[in-house]
Design a protein around this ligand. Structure first.
Ligand SMILES: C[S@@+](CC[C@H](N)C(=O)[O-])C[C@H]1O[C@@H](n2cnc3c(N)ncnc32)[C@H](O)[C@@H]1O
Length: 256
């Protein structure tokens, strides 16, 4: 049975909780503070864009938007969203581990713990692809995905309603290979509409990246590590946060 990533409309309901404008404010503050570019950033790439939740906000602020995802349903949904809002954007159905863009962009980001990579080699290849897609001095921000908690199991569940559709979303992560740092992530979704109940389930095995391991790999590629900040807030560097209190740590890298 296809999982939630094949159902962009339900995905959008489940992930409705974000303050996208505030997150884009954070990205722009990072670009101003840490970017080392000769011109104003005017184009962005969202990696694992899903239904492109940031498209409208970046477009309203004058950026050209490109989205990359390996799900044909998510890409079709994003193309339709851009068309509905009369936005010229680029969408690419690609694997994040190895891709190239037709034109370089001035900012890249990956939201909601979406680094789906299976090994350190895949991470290196991903970072090389992102570096080749970015103008020098530009930033790459990664929301989540770094294992600050150290390979522990986790579970969360929530419910969100839009109109007469309620989506109950659950995600749990279980270590399956401690030596390889592999975790099995299982996503379960229950959708209730007046026509009945549907259930989806999907599981992915992904590699976790410990913070210093990630930093070493990133610095072995074309990036410098600028810092990591919790909850889209530059006043909360992860180094100063209480262990166990992190919510959504964002890693900021700069293309050399
Ligand atoms: C949690 S969603 C994030 C979507 C969006 N960035 C957001 O903030 O809502 C993860 C996305 O990653 C995509 N994905 C998973 N593995 C991928 C891969 N190897 N390459 C590209 N996209 C991938 C899925 O199709 C899904 O749309």
């Amino acid at each position: 049975m296809a999982g939630l990533y094949a159902h962009p409309n339900y995905y959008e309901i489940a992930f409705d909780f974000r303050d996208v404008a505030a997150e884009v404010d954070f990205f722009e503050t990072c670009i101003d503070r840490f970017g080392e570019r000769s011109h104003r950033a005017s184009s962005v790439l969202e990696i694992a864009c899903g239904p492109s939740p940031y498209l409208l906000e970046f477009d309203a602020r004058g950026y050209e938007y490109a989205g990359l995802d390996n799900s044909s349903e998510m890409i079709s949904h994003s193309i339709e969203k851009a068309r509905e809002h009369d936005i010229e954007a680029t969408f690419l159905r690609r694997d994040m581990a190895d891709f190239s863009l037709p034109r370089r962009v001035d900012f890249a980001f990956c939201a909601l713990s979406s680094l789906y990579l299976g090994s350190n080699d895949a991470l290196l290849s991903h970072l090389d692809s992102v570096a080749d897609s970015l103008t020098p001095g530009s930033l790459y921000c990664i929301d989540g995905s770094i294992d600050f908690c150290g390979g522990t199991s986790s579970e969360s569940e929530w419910e969100s309603t839009r109109g007469d559709t309620t989506v109950r979303f659950g995600i749990d992560r279980e270590p399956v290979n401690p030596a390889e740092q592999l975790v099995r992530q299982t996503i379960t979704t229950r959708v209730e509409t007046p026509d009945g109940t549907r259930r989806f389930r999907e599981a992915h095995t992904i590699k976790t990246f410990a913070p210093q391991e990630f930093r070493m790999i990133a610095e072995d590629s074309e990036f410098e590590h600028v810092g990591w900040f919790d909850s889209f807030d530059l006043s909360k560097p992860v180094e100063e946060c209480e262990p166990g209190t992190l919510h959504r740590p964002v890693t900021v890298l700069r293309r050399k």
